[in-house]
Design a protein around this ligand. Structure first.
Ligand SMILES: O=c1ccn([C@H]2C[C@H](O)[C@@H](COP(=O)(O)O)O2)c(=O)[nH]1
Length: 167
């Protein structure tokens, strides 16, 4: 794993693999193609995140939700991108030199377009583009990599607990 991300993607993928394996076992999903459902889940999470940023609400003066809420939604999306990387077997990710930049609305639209494209191609290039764009969005939202990591760890634990509780 190389590139710009200081995030320990290797460790995040390791945690994601354990969570996904548990969910698959718990729900009897061995051998099923979960890519379409994970992609739709990702698009739902991206839309929830966009809603909390309120970036597209040109008709409203209300500010974005607090950073804590934004981080929580962000790491849900990150869970699904990592889960897709595992589902597709694209785990040796070479990230580019720079994150994509742009305004929030443009980045959200790009993420939704790239995730729809990944549904068709399932390619490593499109998965990598999706991840780098998500990391670019995180930077644009002002989320530090250490905050993203901490929020990911916390939500990963919540997800395990939910499975233990019969979610
Ligand atoms: O195979 C899966 C399925 C779900 N989740 C996680 C990602 C999100 O953090 C959370 C979404 O759950 P809801 O709150 O939307 O039910 O579940 C995974 O990590 N892997």
């Amino acid at each position: 794993m190389e590139g710009i991300a200081l995030l320990d993607l290797h460790n995040l993928l390791h945690l994601q693999r354990q969570l996904d394996a548990r969910i698959k076992a718990e729900h009897g999903l061995a051998g099923q193609d979960l890519v379409p459902k994970k992609l739709l889940a990702l698009q739902v999470e991206l839309s929830e995140l966009a809603n909390e940023t309120r970036c597209f609400k040109f008709w409203s003066k209300k500010p974005a939700s607090e950073l804590r809420v934004i981080l929580e939604e962000y790491v849900d999306a990150l869970h699904f991108v990592l889960s897709l990387a595992l589902e597709l077997g694209h785990t040796d990710l070479l990230l580019g030199e720079e994150y994509p930049k742009g305004d929030l609305t443009a980045l959200f639209l790009e993420l939704i377009a790239k995730s729809s494209q990944l549904a068709v191609t399932r390619s490593e290039a499109d998965l990598t583009a999706l991840l780098t764009t998500l990391l670019g969005l995180g930077a644009e939202l002002g989320l530090s990599e250490s905050a993203i990591e901490a929020a990911y760890f916390a939500k990963n634990e919540v997800n395990h607990q939910r499975q233990a509780d019969g979610y």
